[in-house]
Design a protein around this ligand. Structure first.
Ligand SMILES: *Cc1c(COP(=O)(O)O)cnc(C)c1O
Length: 212
């Protein structure tokens, strides 16, 4: 996996170390997850708050250097748990959620880094701000909530050319001065790296097929 990322990075004259591999461990067996930790991997993604807490609370105590990222939708009523648990929340996409995060920050010392999710394909069933609303949303996060936006995240529509979506996300990040791009999954992480991904979220290509 790392060597494929490195090859994709070098093909566009990027440094391989500028790309973080986020191992998406949702619905993977404990054996597979533990094997990856034993091999020295430390950055993992989960898409549900409760499942992540169940799986990672004990591991976090055993391995102090783990970084956990929330890559799935966050409901306002789970914000307190998510803030206390994740190092990074990649799915900030609405004002109501920002308000809940801000409330939680007042009562907690935990400060997860924040990514704004952009619904680049404008799919009704998918979370994320619409591309045309992204500039105003990012500006509001900074001005009205005093949030530092570390990066942008997207999940392209399955049946479309992902490169167009990666290019769109990179463009939105650049014009808003946002440094990081979370894009690319098992099927398209190499393309994402070529379009500037600073982290790729890979599940099945790393662990094997997920359970149901
Ligand atoms: C499950 C998931 C992934 C990983 O998907 P794979 O296709 O298994 O690599 C990446 N990002 C998000 C948001 C996911 O929910």
């Amino acid at each position: 996996m790392r060597h494929k990322i490195a090859r994709a990075a070098r093909s566009v004259a990027r440094a391989p170390d500028d790309v973080t591999l986020v191992a998406v461990s949702k619905r993977q067996s404990d054996e597979r997850v533990d094997a990856l930790i034993a091999a020295g991997h430390s950055v993992f993604g989960e898409n549900r708050v409760q499942e992540a807490q169940e799986r990672w609370t004990r591991r976090r105590e055993a391995h102090g250097d783990l970084e956990l990222r929330l890559v799935g939708p966050l409901q306002s009523n789970k914000v307190k748990d998510a803030v206390g648990f994740f190092d990074v929340i990649e799915t900030l996409d609405r004002e109501k959620l920002a308000r809940a995060l801000a409330d939680s920050f007042e009562k907690s010392v935990a400060r997860p880094r924040l990514y704004v999710q952009v619904n680049t394909g404008e799919e009704p069933q998918k979370a994320g701000v619409a591309p045309l609303e992204a500039d105003a949303f990012i500006a509001s996060m900074r001005k009205d909530f005093d949030f530092e936006i570390e990066g942008l995240m997207c999940i392209p529509p399955v049946e479309e050319e992902p490169a167009l979506h990666f290019a769109l996300l990179a463009d939105i990040a650049e014009r808003n001065g946002v440094a990081k791009l979370s894009m690319g999954m098992s099927a398209d992480f190499e393309t994402a790296v070529q379009f500037g991904a600073t982290s790729v979220r890979v599940g099945s290509a790393l662990f094997g097929d997920r359970g149901v």
